[in-house]
Design a binder for this molecule. Structure first.
Ligand SMILES: Cc1cc2nc3c(=O)[nH]c(=O)nc-3n(C[C@H](O)[C@H](O)[C@H](O)COP(=O)(O)OP(=O)(O)OC[C@H]3O[C@@H](n4cnc5c(N)ncnc54)[C@H](O)[C@@H]3O)c2cc1C
Length: 283
């Protein structure tokens, strides 16, 4: 995103937690506020952003330089135990007057700094966002072509906020088949959706997330509508990859009409994923 700051798509925003509310046993909604959010401009749908969090004991996230292209190198130069924890999240909702953002965190225990932070966050806690200042920005991935006949959404709980945003954005008569995997039955949410959206909730219970979860099996077994689909898949990387392979390989979906994004990978933190990307880019 560093060059995008210079190109004017994104900037840093200081924000504070206003309130938090449990949506279910493994999901918490954190509402952020602050004067700077007046300029934050979500494109809706699956709008993502980078969230910077303090470590336990710090009163604010440590980000030495926020002025432009140099921020990433400056952030990386600080020791990992000191520099802000950087994670990717989705804008579940944006409101004006007052300027507020809702971010829904899937809680998966204390192993992840973001999950741990979200579970304990309270009013006044400080965060920094790197997010959009224009609606049409590169962090909106859901872009169905005009001639789409129906939409397929497949997600685990980390992409449920994006599914909620997408369903609210879709025109009222869109035909949609939606498959969402959640850890517990009590994590199922009431979503505002077009009348012709059929939502199938899959409860993982004791199964592991990822390829062994029920999402893949349900879509493999599903009878899907005829016509030109646009598919959007997000969640655990292994499951996303397997689903994409199924849609393109076995169902014959046009690969250009299958948007997909690994939101997390079993056994790997977001730092480790970033380190892998950097190594691949430089090696
Ligand atoms: C574009 C994008 C948008 C995203 N939007 C959201 C969102 O709105 N809400 C949301 O909750 N997540 C979202 N995610 C996923 C989130 O960034 C990851 O789950 C992230 O790893 C959480 O950080 P952490 O510090 O809690 O765990 P990390 O420190 O990154 O990981 C620690 C360990 O926990 C595991 N882990 C990470 N996430 C989960 C999980 N959900 N369940 C079980 N184990 C896990 C990792 O495999 C690793 O072993 C999004 C990701 C992307 C790329």
């Amino acid at each position: 995103m560093s060059s995008d700051i210079v190109s004017g798509q994104y900037r840093f925003f200081d924000a504070r937690v206003l309130r938090s509310r449990r949506l279910g046993p493994t999901m918490v909604r954190i509402t952020l506020g602050g004067e700077q959010l007046r300029a934050f401009t979500s494109g809706g749908r699956d709008q993502s952003f980078s969230l910077f969090l303090p470590h336990p004991g710090q009163h604010a996230p440590v980000l030495p330089d926020r002025t432009g292209e140099g921020w990433f190198a400056a952030w990386r130069a600080v020791d990992e135990s000191e520099r802000a924890v950087m994670r990717s999240y989705t804008i579940r909702a944006q409101r004006r007057e007052p300027d507020e953002l809702d971010v829904d965190f899937a809680l998966h225990g204390d192993l992840g700094p973001a999950s741990r932070w979200a579970a304990g966050a309270g009013p006044g806690d400080r965060v920094v966002l790197l997010g959009p200042v224009i609606e049409d920005n590169r962090s909106v991935g859901f872009r169905p072509p005009d001639d789409t006949d129906w939409v397929l959404l497949a997600a685990d709980e980390t992409a449920l906020p994006a599914v909620g945003g997408i369903l609210e954005w879709l025109p009222p008569h869109t035909r949609a088949r939606v498959f969402v995997e959640v850890p517990n039955a009590a994590d199922i949410q009431d979503l505002d959706a077009p009348a012709e959206a059929e939502i199938t909730w899959l409860v993982r219970e004791s199964a592991a997330p990822g390829v062994d979860g029920p999402l893949l099996a349900a879509i493999r077994a599903a009878e899907l509508p005829a016509g030109t689909p646009y598919a959007w898949i997000a969640g655990e990387s292994g499951a996303v990859r397997a689903l994409r392979r199924h849609l393109v390989g076995e169902r014959g979906f046009d690969r250009r009409l299958v948007g997909f994004s690994g939101y997390w990978r079993l056994g790997t933190s977001e730092e480790q994923l970033l380190a892998e990307k950097l190594a691949a880019a430089t090696g």
